[in-house]
Design a protein around this ligand. Sequence first.
Ligand code: SF4
Length: 360
Amino acid sequence: MSDKSFIMDMTDEQWAEWTRERGFPRFRADQINGWLVKGVFDPREMSNLPQSIVAELENSFAPDSFVLEKESVSQIDGTRKYVFRLGDGNRIETVLMKYRFGNSVCISSQAGCKMGCSFCASAHAGFGRDLSAGEMLAQVLLPGKLTNERVSRVVVMGIGEPFDNYTNLISFIDRINAPKGLNLGARHITVSTCGLVPQMIEFMCVDKQVNLSVSLHAANDALRTRLMPVNRTNQLDPLIRTCREYTRKTGRRITFEYALLDGINDTREDARQLAALLRGINGHINLIAANEFPGGQYHRSRPEVVQAFREELESLGMNVTVRREMGSDIMAACGQLRRGLADNNPVEYTTEDVGENGEI
Ligand code: SF4
């Protein structure tokens, strides 16, 4: 394992400093940045740089910090799933989905996750570490380079809890927004949280137009704590109060995710509780057919149950969508592909995706 850093972790200011310290002209910093934004991380591919700068870059940055280990392509809808190996051996996964409006990429924010949701494959795989802003950015840039297509939306809902890696998340958003970066508007970015209230309060004070998605999965504390241990310290009452405040303060709608688990949270009474909980909030509910994975304890609800749940919510005046499934022939639910590789025992994959409006 190299102790050198990842080339994508350098900011514009740091590149200016890096070139100045080494006596290279300032425009070389812009040239390097120009390659990085195209997803070119290997200095030997930066063809407009003199050999002296290429050598200095090779000397300063680790070549194996972000390596494509596996790519799977859906024969059904063209969805692509990537597993990247990081410099310290951790693996992360990224999904690229094709829609009529353009390409959307779903990135990981951590290697593994601490939150321990009982229905989630990532939780079963344990926690490695936080990802740097550069490692998050690379997950957006590299699929663009590999497919030679532009990424127009980013969803932070792969492995990890983004608000548990708050500082790097904000830095990532700043860099992806930057005119010299990918120049992707904040409205084209969605962050999904399991509901970390202190960070949500902090986030609502950051002047960004990023979309927020909150994973609920249950409408009462007893069940939510059973499914999501984070609910012990971030209970529904403060969480929903914060959501109301968030929509009031930012003027932005929240998407509430609800994965339907067979016989656990999918009755009409559960739907009525959910409607009562969210009544009056500027938001919409996104129902998800839960992912099943080897060793998991839950099954997804049957399609007729999902439909009945949706109808109950609609009859109560709620705004509801059901998430469309993509890449079901090749994909893992969050964490499964990485886990399959780590075990050297690949699993059969199913996947979930992002709605056409960026909601998840
Ligand atoms: S659902 Fe999200 S927050 Fe919960 S364990 Fe999985 S990755 Fe972490």
